[in-house]
Design a protein around this ligand. Structure first.
Ligand code: HQG
Length: 180
């Protein structure tokens, strides 16, 4: 794994799940103070300077992190398990969205619906390919087709993260079918 990728993964862990693991605190919107983050990462053996951080944010394959306007604060754009307010606006999604999962989760999903599990939201994508990749992280990939249009009609809310991931609270069983 390349250096930037390693640092990026570490940052995801800190900014989405465990800021306390390096002794930093996020504000209510999920932002860490950039100076504090750099210092704390260095103190925990992850050497990083501002230029490297700027490069990681700009070049990350999924645009996982975003700065505030003057680059004094940084946060993860989605994927949190800790409770933060991403100030996301409700948005109307495409008619169909996709969720990638693994075969081994299907039985439970078909019984209980798609749940957010340890994260703040259920994660959905507008294309099948992304869903396949997400599913493969957990095992043999299965892609679910989510009838987002029907969900909106029935009053469900959707949000779009800064990096293009569609988010919702849950997807009950009547709204999805197996795509592949
Ligand atoms: C499954 C990555 C049993 C769900 C990706 C998933 C994404 C259930 C797993 C982002 C269930 C949770 C999130 C139920 C859902 N019973 N299993 N009722 N309901 N599940 O990692 O969506 O690369 O928390 O299908 O690209 O896989 O890190 O969520 O398989 O955008 O930036 O429980 O993480 O982004 O797994 O991935 P996760 P996810 P990054």
């Amino acid at each position: 794994m390349k250096g930037d990728e390693k640092l990026g993964r570490f940052m995801s862990m800190v900014l989405r799940h465990k800021p306390e693991s390096i002794g930093i605190v996020l504000d209510e919107y999920g932002y860490a103070d950039v100076k504090q983050l750099l210092k704390a990462m260095k103190e925990h053996g992850k050497y990083i300077d501002m230029a490297t951080l700027e490069r990681i944010v700009a070049e990350n394959d999924k645009k996982r992190y975003s700065f505030n306007k003057d680059h004094t604060k940084i946060r993860a754009s989605q994927g949190h398990s800790i409770s933060v307010d991403l100030q996301l606006e409700q948005k109307i999604p495409p008619k169909v969205l996709y969720h990638g999962t693994a075969e081994r989760f299907l039985e439970s999903i078909q019984k209980k619906g798609l749940l957010k599990m340890s994260r703040q939201y259920v994660h959905l994508s507008k294309d099948i390919q992304t869903a396949v990749k997400v599913g493969q992280r957990h095992g043999k990939a299965v892609v679910l087709n989510v009838d987002a249009e029907k969900m909106v009609k029935d009053g469900f809310c959707f949000y779009l993260s800064d990096n293009g991931v569609w988010l919702c609270e849950k997807v009950p069983c009547q709204y999805f079918s197996i795509e592949l």
